[in-house]
Design a protein around this ligand. Structure first.
Ligand code: ADP
Ligand code: MG
Length: 566
């Protein structure tokens, strides 16, 4: 029997895509509209049914209060994102999108899917990574691996051009910026270092253009925030046009008045300077951590839709003193790489030889106190695992009790590079119970592990207990508790779905189209008719009619069951 199919998902800020490993290669699958990219947009229609992808995207400007885009930016936070009268966390909106991607993959493959590899920005921290895993769980997916986006792109590239080389993957998407320095040799794709900025992407360039437009037409500021969605749409349009033309214009009509803009390259350049400047630091940091000089790189590989901007390409060329390569499809590379990883997880022979090593771009440590001018000052960061060491990595630290009869040790865990913990990301804390003894008699061995997913695991053992116990971090800010996940599952199940999108109807539609493929002549035409009647019933959204027709269609298809089953 063939290995269970695993899908690779690029869950992007702007667009998402799914790839599978089939016939010895990674292939993108088409969604139910026949497109390989699904806009990462979720909304409700006027009847309260869920809209996902393209149909939600088209309502961004017309129904902004019923539509949410770019929610990936809020992953790992408690931000409440509004759809009409309901609010959702970023994980929940992502789960709605993931569930759709899963269903589209199921229709495309003709089998049910549970296992997935999902890509994340390399610069996502532990909280954000856990949020993606939870989104997968809410979508009914078993997330086998989280894969860093630039690493995924490098995997896709590695299959394209498998020779010894050192390069930097420069991935500027809609909301995030990632760089990875890659050393490739003899089937090994080795990520030497990653860096990035999770608050920098093409969206910010559109926003900068928006500000420029408002400065040009200050009177329009009075129409904020109502005018914002259509203004942003025009800003986005200007940005795209200026990727091909030296000059472009935009206009919008607001309260019977026409507002016009004309923007040229120079103006674009000017209004995006601060954003462009922010591209440099992560590049330098990654090179430094990889211990590579600019000259040692064979090339720079561009990924992500926003690298289509000539402005960005010029900045990259200036930074590296050479023109970047854009061999990979900027929107598809990450998903394809996820598809390769899916093949690797399935242990497909064609990718057996590839060895991938990755890193986590953040240092991990605990809070400590330091003696300063004779007194103990708290709030310092003691790094245990330094950034950009290979995954998985495990380090342990021994601490002793400091007071007589102390019964617990509190450990606060942080991720980041700051000398003081307040500048780093707080991941939570652990209260470790210890037997009451004299000060210093109990010693604790605490082991921190970064898994292949870039997630933190903690094990703890004290000198009187021979068994190590796996610890759960408590008080994790921004993370969904098990209880919240349960509630969320219920909430997502209760959301109204268009009859066409509901499982029982999708299954029947799928069976019908499979029969259409295998049958011929009159039988085929007959199936075609039956399915048309069913589709009309679904479109009516009349539940009684649908149930009635579904039963008849079910009976009609059953007589062909032998031939329709794959
Ligand atoms: P993500 O991975 O975050 O979903 P993508 O890689 O799909 O993002 O890139 C989306 C971003 O790329 C958006 O901000 C979009 O405006 C921008 N983009 C796409 N095409 C172009 C273009 N031709 N010129 C400028 N920006 C573009
Ligand atoms: Mg992307």
């Amino acid at each position: 029997m063939a290995a269970k199919q695993v899908i690779g998902i690029d869950l992007g800020t702007t667009n998402s895509a799914v790839a599978v490993w089939q016939d010895g290669k990674a292939q993108l699958i088409a969604n139910k509209y026949g497109a390989r990219l699904t806009p990462s947009v979720v909304g409700l229609d006027d009847a309260g049914h869920l809209l996902i992808g393209q149909p939600a995207h088209t309502r961004l400007t017309t129904h902004p209060h019923l539509t949410q885009a770019s929610f990936k930016r809020y992953m790992g936070s408690e931000a409440a994102l509004r759809l009409g009268t309901q609010t959702f966390r970023a994980e929940e909106l992502s789960a709605i999108l993931l569930r759709q991607l899963k269903e589209d993959a199921e229709s495309w493959l003709g089998q049910s899917i549970t296992d997935a590899v999902i890509t994340v920005p390399a610069y996502f921290n532990d909280v954000q990574r856990r949020a993606v895993k939870n989104a997968g769980k809410l979508a009914g997916l078993n997330v086998l691996r989280l894969l860093n986006e630039p690493t995924a792109a490098s995997l896709a590239f590695g299959l394209l051009e498998n020779r010894e080389q050192k390069y930097l993957t420069f991935d500027l998407g809609g909301g995030t910026f990632d760089v990875s320095v890659i050393d490739m040799f003899e089937g090994v794709v080795e990520v030497r270092a990653s860096s990035g900025d999770v608050q920098l992407g093409g969206d910010d360039f559109s926003e900068a253009i928006c500000q420029w437009m408002l400065n040009q037409q200050p009177e329009l500021k009075a129409a904020l925030p109502a005018v914002k969605p259509i203004l942003l749409e025009q800003a986005e349009r200007l940005k795209l046009a200026l990727s091909n033309l030296p000059e472009a214009s935009a206009e919008l009509i607001w309260q019977d008045r026409r507002w016009c803009w004309s923007m040229n390259e120079e103006q674009l350049d000017h209004c995006c300077q601060t954003l462009i400047a922010r591209l440099q630091q992560p590049v330098m940091q990654a090179l430094h951590d990889a211990r590579f000089s600019l000259q040692e790189l064979d090339h720079v590989l561009l990924v992500g839709g926003a690298t289509r901007m000539p402005l960005v390409r010029q900045a990259v060329a200036r930074l590296f003193g050479r023109f970047p390569r854009h061999d990979l499809h900027p929107d598809e590379a990450v998903a394809l790489g996820a598809g390769v990883q899916a093949g690797m997880v399935m242990e497909d022979a064609a990718v057996e030889e590839i060895i991938l090593t990755d890193v986590m771009p953040f240092s991990l440590g605990v809070e400590t106190a330091k003696e300063s001018y004779g007194r103990l000052e708290e709030g310092f960061f003691l790094p245990l695992i330094e950034r950009n060491t290979w995954l998985p990595v495990s380090k342990s630290k021994t601490v002793s009790t400091v007071a007589d009869n102390q019964t617990c040790v509190l450990l606060k865990i942080y991720q980041g590079e700051g000398r003081r913990v307040k500048d780093n990301v707080y991941l939570g804390e652990m209260n470790i119970e210890v037997p009451p003894r004299k000060a210093g008699e109990v010693s604790l061995d605490i082991r921190f592990t970064y898994t292949l997913d870039g997630l933190l695991e903690i094990e703890c053992q004290h000198n009187e207990s021979p068994n190590a116990s796996r610890m759960v971090i408590e008080k994790v800010p921004g993370q969904m508790s098990q209880e919240l996940i349960e509630q969320s599952l219920q909430k997502l199940n209760d959301l109204k779905r268009h009859p066409r999108d509901r499982q029982e109807n999708r299954d029947l539609l799928l069976r019908g189209s499979r029969l259409f493929e295998v049958l011929l002549g009159e039988e085929r035409a007959w199936i075609d008719n039956v399915m048309s009647v069913f589709e009309q019933a679904l479109a009516s959204q009349d539940e009684r009619r649908i149930a009635d027709v579904r039963q008849k269609v079910y009976e009609a298809l059953s007589q062909f069951d032998e031939r329709g089953s794959k």
